[in-house]
Design a protein around this ligand. Structure first.
Ligand code: 2BA
Length: 109
């Protein structure tokens, strides 16, 4: 068994949760915050048999799309003395950032 952790954009999270239900893949969705943009995103933790890891990754890849976002003045690292952003900073946020981890034990009580 493997643990798949997928950080996705909020806009894709409901669709991805439904895809997991349809495919009978068990997942937990956590509300998370990106360290750089400090904006909300969603983290799925998915315990899945090794032979279904590839299928899980494909579902994530097909469902989540990358989008451009812009840093607001309060988020920007590059501000003028009066706190304004001198120019809009565009950031490409990926469709999904995914970690696949080994699982030492799995118990349900
Ligand atoms: P954030 O940390 O809010 O990052 C959003 C996007 O900002 C990133 O998209 C990337 O394009 C850009 N970015 C992040 N750090 C940067 C930096 N130091 N300098 C310039 N640009 C930077 P993604 O790479 O697609 O990441 C999307 C979200 O996935 C991240 O949101 C974070 O929540 C998570 N993430 C990405 N890489 C991670 C990692 N190695 N470990 C843990 N979480 C990660």
């Amino acid at each position: 068994m493997k643990l798949v952790m997928a950080i996705v954009q909020d806009k894709d999270s409901n669709r991805l949760a439904n895809e997991f239900i349809d495919a009978n893949i068990r997942a937990t969705k956590l509300s998370s915050t990106g360290g750089f943009l400090k904006a909300g995103n969603s983290t799925f933790i998915i315990g899945v048999e090794e032979e279904r890891v590839q299928e899980t990754l494909e579902l994530i890849k097909q469902t989540c799309q990358s989008r451009k976002q812009y840093l607001s003045s309060s988020m920007s690292l590059d501000v003028t003395l009066d706190g304004q952003v001198p120019y809009p900073v565009e950031v490409e946020v990926g469709g999904a950032t995914v970690f696949v981890l080994p699982i030492e034990g799995f118990h349900q009580y």
